[in-house]
Design a protein around this ligand. Structure first.
Ligand SMILES: O=C(O)CCC(=O)C(=O)O
Length: 200
């Protein structure tokens, strides 16, 4: 955990690049990803029965990078061209290597992702996760588990947020619904999944 020198508030261990991609490139990549990625509608269990996740998803990566989250077993599809370009760029900026990516497509502000941390064993103790955003800006909240402190980012199209260190262990995150937002957004979280601890 990093600590702010002036008011002692906890701050997450992240690197933030708001203008990581040029605006034109970010717009072109959004269109390419909508077209080239095999988007799917996953379901989740709730006390009231199975309901559709409030977003579309896809999982790409190396064949052995199997990853389970929210009870969903994700066997990756092969890298598609635009995703492979973004992976190489995210690796160059972060200095980390990635063998998989979770893609989330928020069709409007009615789509969202609830509070969670990416803490699955196959990600390791201090995972580096590179989060690339395309399309409309959406709010991204990080909440410190112990203090409840919330730090919010506006993840605009073309931005990169690299989460590392104890961010997953000590913080949780979400993308809340924003009913006034009508545009589309795609987020890609590049990760390293250790193949040997991936469930088979
Ligand atoms: O859409 C986002 O910015 C967040 C995605 C996310 O929380 C995740 O992939 O774990």
């Amino acid at each position: 955990m990093n600590t702010d020198l002036f008011n002692d508030l906890p701050t997450p261990d992240v690197d933030w690049y708001p203008d990581w991609l040029a605006a034109d490139d970010a717009e072109r990549l959004l269109v390419r990803l909508i077209d080239e990625v095999q988007w799917r509608q996953d379901m989740m269990g709730t006390p009231g029965g199975r309901v559709a996740l409030p977003r579309l998803t896809a999982w790409q990566g190396e064949p052995d990078a199997v990853y389970v989250y929210s009870g969903i077993r994700n066997v990756p599809q092969a890298w598609t061209p635009a995703v492979a370009e973004l992976k190489a760029a995210a690796e160059a900026t972060s200095g980390a290597r990635f063998n998989s990516v979770l893609l989330n497509r928020y069709r409007s502000g009615a789509d969202s992702m609830g509070w969670h941390a990416d803490r699955e064993p196959e990600l390791g103790k201090q995972p580096v996760i590179a989060s690339v955003s395309l399309g409309v800006a959406r709010r991204f909240d990080l909440q410190h588990n112990r203090s409840g402190v919330v730090q919010s980012f506006s993840l605009k199209g073309g931005s990169l947020l690299v989460m590392k260190g104890d961010t997953q262990a000590q913080w949780r995150h979400r993308v809340p619904k924003e009913p006034r937002v009508s545009g589309e957004r795609i987020n890609l979280t590049f990760r390293w999944v250790t193949p040997s601890v991936s469930p088979t």
